[in-house]
Design a protein around this ligand. Structure first.
Ligand code: SF4
Ligand code: SF4
Length: 58
């Protein structure tokens, strides 16, 4: 499972990285990285993103 982040929409607020319960999201220099082996598909990051940049996929 993974969270897909639209780089063109993301404003790097960091909200998704702090809300993820399993620490799957990491704020890199120019993008957000999702560790598909950690993601449990909870949808929290998608809900908190202020710009709708995240889509959680199975
Ligand atoms: S769906 Fe949940 S577990 Fe997966 S990256 Fe988003 S917040 Fe983390
Ligand atoms: S919550 Fe949305 S805008 Fe903020 S860092 Fe995550 S993907 Fe980017």
């Amino acid at each position: 499972m993974t969270a897909k982040i639209d780089k063109n929409k993301c404003c790097y607020c960091g909200g998704c990285t702090s809300v993820c319960p399993v620490g799957a999201l990491q704020l890199k220099e120019t993008y957000i990285e999702c560790d598909a082996t950690k993601c449990i598909n909870c949808g929290a990051c998608q809900k908190i993103c202020p710009v709708g940049a995240i889509k959680v996929e199975k």
